[in-house]
Design a protein around this ligand. Structure first.
Ligand SMILES: NC(=O)c1ccc[n+]([C@@H]2O[C@H](COP(=O)([O-])OP(=O)(O)OC[C@H]3O[C@@H](n4cnc5c(N)ncnc54)[C@H](OP(=O)(O)O)[C@@H]3O)[C@@H](O)[C@H]2O)c1
Length: 274
């Protein structure tokens, strides 16, 4: 497994397992399958309502805690300094862990609230209960605000990123500011059929004797973007991490770049009503 290095020196595996919309039993099985098949990185969130199942799968897998990278996120209604600390402790308890590797603010809910919430993350980071802190669904202007006002630079920004929404300017900004970009919905989430039927992707997949999903994941890792494909299907979980035995060439990368449409399947960050 290839790791990226965050701005505090912490290593983060470039591929992890997503668990959005995975019901507890499915999440338990998926996490166990993943950990048995080379994954060390799991992404969950309080709002996914599967942290207990994820924690149980981690426990039952009997792996060394220090070899794992576990991410969870504070939900919108729990933002604010005190609420976030409370929500974090609840997540930690559900996950049955002493610390999490990465804790993210799930969505941007206004500048003032973001800063209060982020201060709680800084506090928990200093306590050693979180090994890396960051945000999710933040655009350049949100990140700029945090960089100007926060004490500790965010380490990660997790945003929707896939071949139809490539986020090149956001990635450039993140690189310039030492923030690791992490791609959610790398397979376009419930719109995955659009990806699987794309002719360019099918052609590149055939050329490398890989699946379209594997090409979509590899294209992100070639850009040094952390990627967390979700699956509850054993064969797909295994397939999605089997991407380290080939490379995409410049022609492949350029052809995929041309597929960018700036097309979002998830809400605009500034415009959420949840
Ligand atoms: N921060 C945020 O706001 C946010 C938002 C969305 C997601 N996320 C995180 O990012 C993760 C990934 O995003 P996502 O779950 O929305 O979507 P995704 O990973 O882009 O796509 C998941 C879908 O692809 C299918 N799939 C997976 N591997 C496949 C393969 N090799 N071949 C064919 N189909 C395949 C899955 O089906 P099966 O499961 O049935 O196999 C599922 O329907 C989430 O699980 C979550 O951890 C974060």
């Amino acid at each position: 497994m290839f790791n990226v290095k965050l701005n505090n020196g912490k290593e983060m595996p470039i591929v992890g397992l997503g668990t959005f919309r995975s019901k507890p039993d499915d999440a338990y099985n998926a996490v166990k399958t993943a950990l048995k098949n080379g994954y060390t990185h799991i992404d969950t969130a309080a709002i996914y309502r599967n942290e207990e199942a994820v924690g149980k799968a981690i426990f039952d897998s009997k792996l060394n805690r220090e070899d794992l990278f576990i991410t969870t996120k504070v939900w919108n209604t729990d933002q604010g300094y005190r609420n976030t600390i409370k929500a974090f402790n609840e997540s930690l308890k559900k996950l049955n862990l002493d610390y999490v590797d990465l804790y993210l603010i799930h969505w941007f809910k206004g500048y003032e609230l973001a800063l209060d919430t982020y201060k709680a993350l800084e506090y928990l980071y200093k306590q050693g209960k979180i090994k890396a802190i960051g945000v999710s669904n933040y655009n350049i202007h949100h990140l700029q605000y945090l960089l100007e006002h926060a004490e500790i630079k965010p380490m990660v920004n997790q945003v929707e990123t896939h071949v139809y929404l490539q986020n090149h300017p956001l990635q450039e900004f993140c690189i310039k500011n030492g923030i690791q970009l992490e791609a959610y919905a790398p397979l376009m989430s419930s719109n995955i059929q659009d990806l699987l039927e794309n002719e360019t992707m099918k052609k590149i997949a055939k050329k490398h004797k890989k699946s379209v999903a594997q090409i979509a994941i590899k294209w992100l890792t070639e850009r040094n973007i952390v990627v967390i494909p979700k699956s509850v299907t054993t064969s797909r979980i295994i397939q999605n991490i089997d991407i380290f035995n080939f490379s995409l060439d410049d022609d492949d990368m350029q052809e995929i770049r041309k597929l960018n449409q700036g097309r979002k399947f998830f809400p605009e960050f500034d415009n959420i009503d949840f």
